[in-house]
Design a protein around this ligand. Structure first.
Ligand SMILES: Cc1ncc(COP(=O)(O)O)c(C=O)c1O
Length: 450
């Protein structure tokens, strides 16, 4: 249990008074003082094991010494000069590395930005510029960020769309293939991919395929609750794109940079996308995003169609170069894969004991644990998710939930087996305490979540 959070509460109170409410999804009053590896310390001196990695943005962990060293070195040389006008080496070095680690044995180019959101916006522009077509296909329950283009691609929450329209036009949303909660009531064994038929219906009646520029898809739907599409869906969708000269874009802002045990989530499906959107963990916490696309696609737009004064910042570039080195040197892809299998196994053991756990899914260290009030109806157990996360925080674990009911297990990839074991034991304790009615309703006033 927490001993003392007085200093944290003071900051949270002040924050509540002066920070925009549109910028926070509250879980609990954790005010961070420092972080190292997979451990966070708050300003009252309490320590936590981090299972969130700053929303999957710190795959190499907090303040990795190699990242810190690279940042310090770069700051000593120069902090920034806009690549819009002048050149710098770290930008070119990083672009080369990104081209190297992305799937596809063809010529590529890179466009840099500052956030996953702006990269999504960039992709809309680029796909339109290259194809000369305006329409974009995205997915229901997807989250792509907070700029106008990214919000328009997203379909996760009415709150992010309310009152701010009109949004970017010509974006169409189709159902993501969610085999646990199939919107069409199908069973995995007998599924005939009714969800993909929705696209065929659209192409037949109201959405001319020859006007569609791109499908922008997360290879695992993160904020939808880490939903994994089946291989046959991916093969068929990719085939439809190729038949109709539609670009297939993998949105890897959350799943990229080793999170799933491969550099990019789409590699699990053996699909080579025309472009990849990346952000979050690319620079281990420094602001940066990138689009990596086929050479001929990237040649379709001209300056200043997508440039940012602060984009491609050399400090972020150096942090990103260090990030790629660390992932390689420390074998983090393999570690994420192996540890991920272990975590899934542990949750599956818990699933056998607790009816509350409806589904355990994901890949690598991107694992969702879906809580239900009833296994037959699969009704989401939002209160349970909120209470369990809150209790875990009280016991020293940073755990959050999304899609109302899904515990989000995305620790830094450098987390050790001992740390993850401790975290899993505490999650199990919290589940038991929830089932025993030991977590008071008042925590629901704080732990709102997605
Ligand atoms: C899949 C995905 N795309 C895009 C974004 C937006 O990234 P950013 O918040 O860096 O703009 C997020 C952020 O949560 C995300 O999860």
């Amino acid at each position: 249990m927490q001993v003392k959070i007085d200093k944290c509460m003071e900051v949270v109170k002040k924050d509540d008074e002066i920070i925009s409410p549109a910028a926070r999804v509250p879980y609990y009053p954790l005010v961070i003082k420092r972080g190292h590896g997979a451990i966070i310390e708050d300003i009252d001196g309490n320590e936590y094991i981090d299972l969130l990695s700053s929303a999957a943005a710190l795959n190499t962990g907090h303040a990795h010494p190699e990242v810190v060293k690279a940042i310090k070195e770069q700051i000593n040389d120069f902090i920034h000069y806009t690549p819009a006008y002048m050149y710098h080496q770290p930008l070119v070095q990083l672009a080369n590395k990104l081209i190297e680690i992305t799937p596809g044995d063809f010529k590529k180019r890179v466009a840099f930005g500052l956030s996953g959101s702006d990269a999504n916006d960039g992709m809309i522009k680029l796909a339109r510029a290259y194809t000369g077509r305006s329409k974009i296909i995205s997915f229901i329950q997807s989250y792509h960020g907070s700029t106008y283009g990214a919000i328009s691609l997203s379909a996760l929450s009415l709150n992010m769309r309310r009152k701010i329209g009109p949004l970017v036009p010509d974006i169409y949303h189709i159902p993501y293939p969610d085999c646990y909660r199939c919107a069409f009531g199908q069973k995995r064994e007998s599924c005939n991919m009714e969800c993909l038929k929705q696209l065929e219906i659209a192409f037949e009646y109201y959405l001319p395929a020859e006007e569609v520029a791109a499908v922008i898809m997360e290879p695992i739907a993160g904020d939808a609750g880490l939903v994994m599409p089946p291989q046959k869906y991916m093969d068929k969708l990719y085939g439809i794109c190729k038949e109709n000269d539609i670009l297939f874009v993998s949105e890897e802002v959350q799943q990229g940079f080793g999170r799933t045990g491969k550099w990019f989530g789409i590699e699990h499906f053996g699909i080579v996308p025309d472009a990849i959107i990346m952000g979050k963990s690319i620079a281990s916490g420094m602001p940066m995003s990138a689009i990596v696309a086929r050479e001929e696609i990237m040649q379709a737009w001209e300056a200043p169609a997508h440039l940012f004064t602060m984009g491609g910042n050399p400090v972020s570039c150096r942090a990103a170069l260090a990030t790629i080195d660390i992932i390689r040197k420390e074998n983090l892809l393999e570690h994420a894969h192996k540890l991920g299998e272990y975590v899934e196994h542990r949750f599956n053991q818990m699933k056998e004991k607790y009816e509350l756990i409806g589904d355990v899914r994901g890949i690598g260290l991107s694992i969702g644990v879906d809580l239900v009030t009833d296994r037959a109806t699969r009704e989401k157990a939002k209160e349970a998710a909120a209470k369990i996360c809150y209790r875990c925080w009280e016991k020293g674990i940073i755990l959050t939930f999304f899609a109302n009911s899904v515990l989000r297990i995305q620790p830094p990839l450098i987390i050790t087996r001992e740390q993850i074991d401790k975290a899993l034991d505490i999650i199990e304790e919290a589940i038991k305490e929830y089932l025993a009615g030991d977590i008071p309703d008042e925590v629901l006033r704080v732990a709102k979540g997605w």
